[in-house]
Write a protein that binds this ligand. Structure first.
Ligand code: AMP
Ligand code: ZN
Ligand code: FE
Ligand code: FE
Length: 303
């Protein structure tokens, strides 16, 4: 008679710490990819996703430091998108960033972000704020995705505000007279493109109302039909009711639920691993992805 073994986790098994949403200076984080990985390792993170806005340039550097520090890197991107004019952020895990449709989509967004930022800086400079677009561009790494946080940093450098948050509260928020929108792909196109690139699309902070308008459940449902595979449930910009709503939709549509910090270095109060993703959810993401491979240390410890 076959003996059935009951699996018992060893007493020492520790649950993995998994943070799947962080930014480096390749977009609007304040630390290099190397320093983001170091911060993650110091915080006890086992699995880290680097998800810069509209760019994958940080993956190589982050992967190298991850290998040195025993962290597993899940390469990701946070794509700026829109649904009927409402801003939607789409996390893409393990896509092939060289697939032409995805590369073009990101390049277009970065181009329109630059044009838009130039206009915002012009409006501010015309009103006497001592900032300059070329100085802003020169102050960030070549190819970095530029956004409002870079304007905030310039205003801080100029001594107008003490930190990013104050600059946002005063002149950079979405209803400011200095705010300029930028082109972004339709979120359904973006979901399909991420899937075509072998990535796993997960909607970032879906119901974070403090950031501006959010989409109704019907839009999330349309995204699911287009190939969406997960929702970020645990995020500091979600109230308890937002988490319940997101978790409910995950249960209803069989989506992967994630939780993450949205760490931006010193640019935001978010602490690395302040929210985390369950190992079962990470496993589903890894099983579904075909576009690229995790980097750094092999997975497994604590699982
Ligand atoms: P953008 O994508 O250029 O419109 O800028 C939005 C970015 O600014 C997002 O990545 C946010 O994380 C960041 N952001 C929004 N509000 C604040 C704030 N109060 N302080 C720092 N960063 C912020
Ligand atoms: Zn950001
Ligand atoms: Fe976001
Ligand atoms: Fe983010």
């Amino acid at each position: 008679m076959p003996i059935r073994m009951t699996y018992r986790a060893p007493m020492s098994a520790r649950r993995q710490v998994i943070d799947l949403h962080t930014h480096s200076s390749c977009s609007d984080g304040t630390q290099t990819p190397t320093d983001v990985v170091r911060a993650a390792a110091a915080a006890g993170v086992d699995v880290l996703a680097l998800t810069d806005h509209d760019v994958a340039t940080g993956w190589t550097e982050a992967g190298q430091e991850s290998a040195r520090l025993g962290v597993t890197l899940v390469p990701g991107i946070e794509l700026s998108c829109q649904a009927d004019g409402v801003s939607v952020h789409l996390l893409a895990y393990l896509p092939d960033p060289e697939l032409a449709a995805l590369a073009t989509m990101m390049e277009q967004t970065r181009h329109h972000r630059r044009t838009r930022l130039r206009r915002m800086v012009r409006l501010l400079a015309d009103d006497g704020y001592p900032i300059d677009y070329d100085e802003i561009r020169a102050s960030s790494p070549p190819g970095a995705t530029l956004g409002r946080p870079h304007v905030a940093d310039a205003l801080v450098r100029a001594g107008v505000y003490p930190d990013r948050d104050r600059a946002f509260a005063d002149v950079l928020h979405g209803r400011s007279r200095y705010y300029v929108r930028h082109w972004a792909p339709d979120v359904l196109d973006a979901v399909r493109t991420v899937r075509a690139a072998g990535g796993v699309p997960v909607m970032a902070h879906p119901f974070a109302a403090a950031r501006g308008r959010t989409v109704p459940d019907e839009v999330v449902e349309a995204m699911v039909h287009a190939g969406l595979q997960g929702l970020e449930v645990e995020h500091r910009d979600h109230e308890e009711a937002d988490r319940a709503r997101a978790a409910g939709l995950c249960a209803r549509w069989g989506l992967i639920a994630t939780g993450s910090s949205d760490y931006h270095g010193a640019g935001k109060p978010n602490r690395i691993a302040e929210h985390t993703t369950r190992p079962e959810s990470l496993r589903r993401i890894l099983d579904l992805a075909t576009g690229s491979m995790p980097r750094g240390a092999p997975l497994g410890r604590g699982e």
